[in-house]
Design a binder for this molecule. Structure first.
Ligand SMILES: [Zn+2]
Length: 428
């Protein structure tokens, strides 16, 4: 996927917004049709039936007829593909769900370049893409458009920025071929620690921006629903959040390319982030403990871009990423193999109670991961205890609280030497 910043004129922007609304409307109709189905009923309409229904709907509703049939039909085809993926056992995609205005703004154009759509370059920094009903729309030519593209997607994010993404699978990053193995431990404070001793920090918002974000969020909570003011404040919040996401994505892209280039085998923990970040609230009868702190940790986990880093690594270095069973990686001594929870002196320091080996705690964990064996199947070893990450998580939670990191996290983060994702090498 190569993504470019799209720069539509005001007139074109209105057309694009219409396309997004139509695509979403058609998609949601398809979702509704399939939700009505349950076993015993006749099957929900397939793609061809839906296309016939779309033609009828266009004849009846001028609002829909004004839009592009290509865009609307493609939304139906996308839905059909999504349903096929949902029923595919190997794929395990989720059920296609509702699309919401403001959140899911986008549409897709599929076809041969030069026939159904086209791209051309105007000048060194400006290109144009042909969009049905909108004509040639300018975009920022930040790099060459890849060859063999068969579709593109136009989308608008919450901050109101437009992008066009051309679908192309890039060639994988070549392995150096020197037999180098690296283990990566992912964490909340240090986003990724390598077994080589490098600590990678994911950039986010700086202190001033964080402050501003919190102020805006309070303002948003006070603003009346549906008011002009609320709309304005929400856009400002979305802009700040988009900025944060952009920096993190940029970091994940650069870090994953760098790691894929330097190492042959990349070992990561087999973490189920969805399970880990599950709410700690519990039920009324059985309320969870340390709910606020767990919520803070969840935010940290999601913000540090754990999922993205590994996903991009697996795409850039296919077949070279191994998932390791994560049990005890943080308590085991990477020098002598002793497992003791007390060896972890603090959030950052590991000192073995048996042999006295001392190291940055995350680097020690990364070394354990580098030495680990791949998980044979999803869910860990058959004959071993079920993999449970929770004890370690709770331990790190307590350590974080003891170190005052959870409460004063923002201030602490600001003291870190580099905020722009630079590599700080670590001395053992
Ligand atoms: Zn030891």
């Amino acid at each position: 996927m190569s993504r470019y910043r799209l720069l539509p004129s005001p007139v074109q922007e209105a057309v694009l917004q219409g396309h997004c609304a139509h695509a979403r409307y058609v998609w949601n109709l398809a979702v509704e049709q399939h939700l009505h189905w349950h076993s015993g009923r006749a099957s929900a309409p397939g793609y061809l039936d839906q296309c016939r229904q779309l033609t009828a709907a266009r004849a009846e509703h001028p609002w829909l007829a004004q839009g592009s049939q290509t865009v609307q039909q493609q939304a139906l085809r996308d839905f059909t593909n999504a349903m096929t993926a949902f029923f595919d056992r190997a794929n395990r995609a989720g059920r296609p769900s509702w699309r919401k205005a403001g959140r899911d703004e986008g549409f897709r154009i599929v076809g041969q370049r030069g026939k159904q759509w086209d791209v051309r370059r105007l000048s060194r920094k400006v290109g144009q893409v042909w969009v049905p009903k909108a004509g040639w729309v300018r975009f920022r030519w930040s790099r060459a458009v890849p060859r063999g593209v068969k579709s593109y997607r136009v989308m608008m994010d919450r901050a109101g920025r437009w992008h066009v993404a051309f679908a192309a699978i890039p060639a994988p990053v070549l392995a150096p071929g020197a037999g180098q193995v690296v283990g990566i431990d992912r964490g909340v404070i240090v986003a990724a620690a390598l077994s080589t001793g490098e600590l990678l920090l994911a950039p986010g918002l700086n202190v001033r921006e964080e402050k501003r974000l919190r102020r805006l969020e309070r303002k948003l909570a006070r603003a009346q629903r549906g008011s002009e003011r609320r709309k304005r404040v929400r856009l400002a919040v979305a802009r700040l959040r988009a900025c944060e996401t952009d920096r993190r994505k940029d970091w994940a892209e650069k870090a994953s390319t760098d790691i894929a280039r330097r190492f042959d085998v990349i070992k990561v923990e087999d973490l189920q982030i969805k399970n880990m970040t599950r709410s700690a609230k519990g039920t009324r009868e059985n309320p969870g403990r340390s709910v606020r702190a767990k919520a803070g940790l969840n935010r940290g986990i999601l913000r540090s871009g754990w999922g993205l880093l590994v996903r991009r690594l697996e795409q850039k270095a296919p077949g070279r990423v191994e998932r390791i069973r994560p049990a005890f990686t943080s308590q085991r001594c990477s020098a002598c193999g002793q497992v003791d929870g007390r060896s972890r002196e603090s959030q950052a320091v590991f000192r073995c109670t048996a042999c006295g080996y001392a190291c940055h705690a995350d680097v020690n964990a990364a070394k354990n991961i580098a030495a680990g064996h791949a998980v044979t199947a999803r869910g860990g070893f058959r004959d071993a205890r079920p993999t449970n990450r929770e004890p370690h998580l709770l331990a790190s939670l307590n350590q974080m609280r003891a170190a005052g990191i959870l409460r004063f996290r923002r201030r602490r983060m600001s003291r870190l030497p580099s905020r722009r994702g630079k590599v700080t090498s670590h001395r053992d």
